[in-house]
Design a protein around this ligand. Structure first.
Ligand SMILES: Nc1[nH]c(=O)nc2c1ncn2[C@H]1C[C@H](O)[C@@H](COP(=O)(O)OP(=O)(O)OP(=O)(O)O)O1
Length: 184
């Protein structure tokens, strides 16, 4: 696999936190697998204000946990339809992030983007969707980690990494990215 060096992929300050990791990631096993699916049209990104579940109140992409028998891509399509009424065509996998929370919960999140879809955009019990100019992404209302990796995804890169959160605070991260969409 071709992988761009960290220095060219992420500014050094974003690639890795200064703190040492609070856990041994080699034995990491997620409790749940989830997805995020960012729909894109030129200059715009579909975001949601999440109404319930993990991260309720925050802004994020549509997404949620994988159900038994689903691939992450299946989940991306189902969750996007359930949350905002749009069915992405051929969502593109752009990596996976391994989250560990201080309470012990571990969630692996696969990242997808899509540039075409069917259906009609609608608000649901789970999400209030809105098109956001790509230059005005409201990172201060999102998970703290998003500003580290979402810009690389929007540049078309694939990302992988490990992140430790205490509540809403990101305490440790280690991120890599590549240009060839084969990470994760
Ligand atoms: N640190 C983080 N940064 C981020 O960008 N998204 C995160 C995150 N931690 C969790 N998420 C997102 C990813 C995924 O889409 C979502 C999982 O949330 P949910 O628990 O709401 O899943 P579901 O929609 O399946 O809900 P339930 O049916 O209530 O279990 O949270």
């Amino acid at each position: 696999m071709k992988r761009a060096s960290l220095e060219t992929s992420f500014p050094r300050s974003l690639a890795k936190s200064a703190t040492s990791s609070p856990l041994d990631w080699s034995s990491y096993r997620p409790d749940d697998t989830a997805v995020l699916c960012f729909l894109r049209k030129p200059g715009w990104l579909l975001l949601i204000r999440k109404k319930r579940g993990l991260g309720a109140g925050k802004i994020n992409g549509p997404g949620g946990k994988t159900e038994p028998g689903e691939t992450p891509r299946d989940t991306a399509i189902r969750e996007t339809r359930e949350e905002v009424g749009l069915i992405p065509s051929e969502p593109r996998h752009q990596g996976a992030l391994r989250f560990a929370f201080a309470d012990g919960y571990r969630l692996e999140v696969h990242i997808f983007t899509a540039t075409s879809w069917e259906g009609s955009l609608c608000e649901t019990d789970e999400a209030l969707p809105f098109w956001c100019p790509q230059e005005e992404i409201p990172y201060t209302e999102m998970w703290e980690d998003d500003i580290l990796w979402l810009p690389a995804v929007l540049e078309g890169k694939s990302v992988e990494g490990e992140m430790f959160l205490r509540g809403d605070s990101l305490e440790f991260w280690d991120l890599r990215c590549s240009d060839d969409h084969q990470v994760g």
